[in-house]
Design a protein around this ligand. Structure first.
Ligand code: FE2
Ligand code: FE2
Length: 419
């Protein structure tokens, strides 16, 4: 296998790094490029921000599913200042590449190269590739080399860090996985956002109890893989609206988004599995649920999300559980999800005025009032179609009516199709 090495601080890795690696692969026919994050770079000491572990994690998150790129942590394990000659020797010994490994150097470093430790030896043991970098140097590289005629993206790690620090837009300069780590660990001085739960996940793998951006991205991928296109888009619209509703009613918006994106993951399950999973939540299976097991996709989905996907947030699981028929035990997040599921923007048959949720004051009572209206409209729609209504829904409606939280007349008709 023909290998090339691309070292750097990767603090953080950005699209310019990946664009360069891609250019080398295309131009010189290597099979793989090994990305090697420095523990500490001899020329860039004092760069603030990501720890070696953060930088390694951000690299791993940047290149999922790409067999053309590898990551080697030899310099991080070695600690201290690493010298290129030691890294080349280590990589050659362990990987046994076909021919000499390529060594990609930015032309900004060319002038300094003769001062590097064992510069002659490096030039002998690797095929040096000189690539154009953002800040090109004026030096001439005094050893045999190949010049890469690459286009330069005007991105650098320093620029990304700077933009984060200054509150400018930066998110599309790094791959999505990298962005989620920066957000979850609040690297480079990124301030907490309104939607954060206020809990900073500890380093690598914050677990699934905290609703991190990484968990949301992971579950969104899972939902996209499991649901058909129409249902996925309904789920994403539900997620966006649930997050907006949470923000308005003083709840954690990430919890709303997560609940929305996963709420219908029980939908594709077969009847037998729906019944089997729903039984595991300890509740009774009603006559109606037995007749129409599809109604169990909320209950079954919640069990599945806990057992198979490790979702720990009880309020998110409860929201998923109750979104289909509603339940008197619903908490604020469950009400938000119920509303979002019924009135999101792809629901054709509802009066768009229902989406004007900011007309309701951002309090628990405001949320209850909106919930009562949406529940009432849902029941009216089911009745108009002579569809069965679950006892749980009717009990809930009664409760809402007693508390005077529903609107008097039914002016809207709620569309079905995606319960
Ligand atoms: Fe549903
Ligand atoms: Fe839904």
């Amino acid at each position: 296998m023909r290998l090339a090495i691309l070292g750097g601080s990767f603090n953080p890795v950005h699209i310019g790094h990946l664009f360069l690696a891609d250019a080398v692969l295309t131009a010189f026919g290597y099979d793989r490029i090994i990305l090697i994050p420095a523990f500490k770079s001899p020329f860039k000491q004092g760069a603030s921000g990501g720890s070696p572990l953060d930088r390694l994690d951000m690299l791993a998150a940047a290149i999922p599913g790409d067999p053309r790129l590898g990551i080697d942590d030899c310099e991080i394990k070695r600690e201290g200042v690493s010298y290129t000659i030691d890294t080349i020797a280590d990589i050659t010994r362990r990987y046994r590449p076909e021919g000499k490994p390529g060594l990609i150097l930015g032309d900004d470093l060319a002038r300094e190269f003769p001062k590097w430790k064992s510069a002659d030896e490096i030039a002998e043991q690797a095929d040096v590739i000189i690539a154009r970098r953002l800040l090109s140097g004026d030096g001439v590289y005094p050893y045999p080399n190949r010049q890469l005629q690459n286009e330069v993206m005007e991105v650098s790690s320093a620029l990304v860090r700077e933009r984060i620090g200054e509150g400018k837009n930066w998110r599309c300069l790094v791959p999505l996985g990298t962005r989620t780590i920066i957000e979850d660990r609040r690297l480079y001085g990124l301030p907490a956002t309104e939607g954060d739960c206020g809990e900073k996940p500890a380093g690598a793998g914050g677990g699934k109890a905290a609703i991190t951006q990484a968990l949301i991205v992971e579950m969104e991928e899972a939902a996209r893989g499991k649901l058909n296109s129409a249902r996925f888009h309904h789920s994403r619209n539900t997620a966006l609206l649930a997050a907006d509703l949470c923000r308005h009613f003083g709840l954690e918006s990430k919890a709303g988004y997560l609940a929305g994106i996963i709420h219908d993951m029980g939908k594709p399950l077969g009847e037998e599995e729906l019944l089997h999973l729903a039984k595991a939540d300890g509740g009774e299976i009603s006559k109606l649920e037995r007749k129409k097991p599809g109604l169990l996709h909320g209950r079954a989905g919640a069990v599945m999300l806990k057992e198979r996907y490790g979702i720990r947030s009880q309020e998110v699981l409860d929201a998923v559980k109750y979104h289909t028929t509603g339940n008197a035990a619903m908490g604020p997040l469950a009400k938000v999800l119920y509303i979002a599921d019924k009135i999101e923007v792809s629901r054709e048959r509802i009066d768009p005025a229902l989406r004007n949720f900011s007309a309701h004051e951002g309090t628990e009572q405001g949320l209850d009032r909106l919930f009562g209206t949406v529940l009432n409209e849902t029941v009216a729609w089911l009745r108009s179609r002579e569809m069965d209504i679950s006892e749980g829904t009717l009990r809930l409606l009664e409760l809402i009516e007693k508390r005077g939280l529903r609107r008097g007349t039914s002016a809207y008709s709620l569309g079905g199709g995606y319960r």
